[in-house]
Design a protein around this ligand. Structure first.
Ligand code: BDR
Ligand code: CA
Length: 311
């Protein structure tokens, strides 16, 4: 199986991504590293452990990382995710422990211990932890197989400012470091996730599983959708983070283009905007595979098929 580290700020959609990864035998989750984002770090790390236990994986390793972005004050999103960051289902207080090691130390040690080019970082939140690794150990960039991240958006506009997507906006400097690192980067932006809508019918498929994970997923998605549906006026809100894991499992569901992607770190109006040179009108290096299209039905089939396997 492919070795991955999930870097995350759960988050209902992060939770679904973690469930999808644990339910998929093609993936070996070496660890879950947690960052401040949707809610402060104390809550994202608690939520990550709740989700591991929901997946039946109390043996998973969860590490807490950065409690704030590299240079800016933390911006959170309780208006989307609720006070706990994981509002919706009533999940028990986890019994599994948080690892003592810092997330960045765990990632660095893992990259050194595993064969070079075999570990993929899946980033589902602000990129602070990943950037910390690249700042402290830039020579490890060549040992990372790929960084597959949910963040950004260009054609669809932003979701936290008119031009910026939340994960990139929260830590634009970290995002810029990742994009300039030379590591192969795949971006699943809002342009993709806004086509993956959690309609009532799709949520029903989780409830119909009749399992704990199915019920919890339905409750997570129902809460999450409440915000987005009202806002976007669509049947169902966008589902973001599980696209990262689905891309690893079935890249054929996605279509994009290698191009230059840069982050605005300087201008107030467009701070955190991902500027995508889709048409190649500059000679800036093609530093990312920017995904723009998804087979949304295929994506939901994959997600429900896998979550149904969890007891
Ligand atoms: C991203 O921001 C968070 O609120 C979600 O978990 C997702 O990672 C979407 O913009
Ligand atoms: Ca997230």
């Amino acid at each position: 199986p492919r070795k991955i580290i999930i870097d995350t700020d759960p988050g209902q959609d992060d939770a679904l991504a973690i469930l999808l990864a644990f339910a998929s035998p093609e993936l070996d989750v070496l660890g879950v590293t947690v960052v401040a984002g949707n809610v402060p770090l104390a809550l994202t790390e608690l939520n990550a452990r709740k989700i591991c236990e929901l997946a039946g994986r109390s043996d998973a390793l969860v590490f807490a990382g950065a409690d704030r972005p590299l240079m800016r004050a933390l911006v959170t999103a309780e208006h989307v995710h609720g006070k706990t960051g994981l509002d919706g289902p009533d999940l028990p207080v986890p019994t599994m422990k948080l690892q003592a090691k810092h997330a960045a130390d765990f990632i660095i040690e893992t990259l050194l211990a595993e064969q070079s080019g075999t570990v993929t970082l899946c980033a589902l939140g602000p990129l602070t932890n990943v950037a910390q690794v690249l700042i402290r150990a830039p020579e490890l960039a060549s040992r990372i197989q790929q960084i597959v991240l949910m963040g950004g958006g260009f054609f669809e506009g932003g979701n936290i400012t008119p031009t910026a997507e939340f994960n990139i906006y929260v830590d634009p400097h970290a995002a810029q470091i990742v994009l300039q690192s030379g590591v192969p980067v795949v971006i699943l932006p809002l342009d993709v996730t806004h086509k993956a809508l959690t309609t009532a019918k799709r949520i029903e498929r989780f409830r119909a599983m009749g399992t704990r994970a199915g019920d919890a997923s339905a409750a997570l998605l129902e809460f999450f959708e409440r915000f987005d549906e009202e806002k976007y006026g669509s049947d169902g809100g966008p589902l973001h983070d599980p696209n990262v894991i689905a891309y690893l499992l079935k890249p054929e569901l996605y279509r994009g283009r290698k191009c230059n992607v840069a982050v605005d770190v300087a201008n107030e109006l467009t701070l955190g905007m991902t500027v995508v040179d889709w048409w190649g009108v500059t000679d800036r290096p093609k530093n990312a595979l920017y995904i723009r299209y998804v087979d949304d039905e295929g994506f939901f089939n994959l997600l429900t098929d896998r979550v149904a396997r969890l007891a």
